[in-house]
Design a protein around this ligand. Structure first.
Ligand code: 4NP
Length: 154
């Protein structure tokens, strides 16, 4: 099973989702069975480390995002991942517009797929510290649901 998280810049929300899911998969002993990656719809931060505010907020909860680097989503991702989860509606629309007919990937909003009351992970880039905490709160809840689903499927 291969899971790709997508946001705009690939330096805040989607790398957080990647780090949180990796951590929870390892805790569940599923890390060998699921591969996880993240990407941005833009090319603005390709090759760059995760935003320092995102990294620090994640580190405080035990998630190490220091090895992650930005990359842009590409057509090959639709053949390489079964699940592609967008952080917000703009990301989802962008993905839908580039989805090849032959791809295997299922696209969805990550929070909607896992039944959270809010469908979008708000972009924290121009927010204060509380925006980064909210991103973590939402992604931890959805990742718990995803790991529970994967436990039943794998
Ligand atoms: P992300 O956040 O999509 O969660 O990585 C953003 C990162 C950078 C910018 C916007 C959003 N930016 O405008 O550079």
């Amino acid at each position: 099973m291969r899971v790709l998280f997508v946001c705009l810049g690939n330096i805040c929300r989607s790398p957080t989702a990647e780090g949180v899911l990796r951590h929870k998969l390892a805790a569940a002993g599923l890390q060998e069975l699921v591969s996880v990656d993240s990407a941005g719809t833009s090319d603005w931060h390709v090759g760059k480390p995760v935003d320092s505010r995102t990294r620090l907020a994640a580190q405080r909860r035990g998630y190490d995002l220091s090895a992650l680097r930005g990359r842009q989503v590409c057509a090959a991702d639709f053949a390489g991942f079964e699940l592609i989860f967008a952080m917000d509606q703009n990301n989802l629309q962008h993905l839908q517009s580039m989805q090849p007919a032959a791809g295997i990937a299922q696209l969805d909003l990550f929070l909607r797929r896992y039944g959270l009351p809010t469908e979008e992970v708000p972009d924290p880039y121009y927010s204060g510290e509380e925006g980064f905490e909210l991103v973590l709160d939402l992604l931890e809840q959805a990742c718990d649901e995803l790991v529970a689903e994967l436990k039943g499927r794998l």
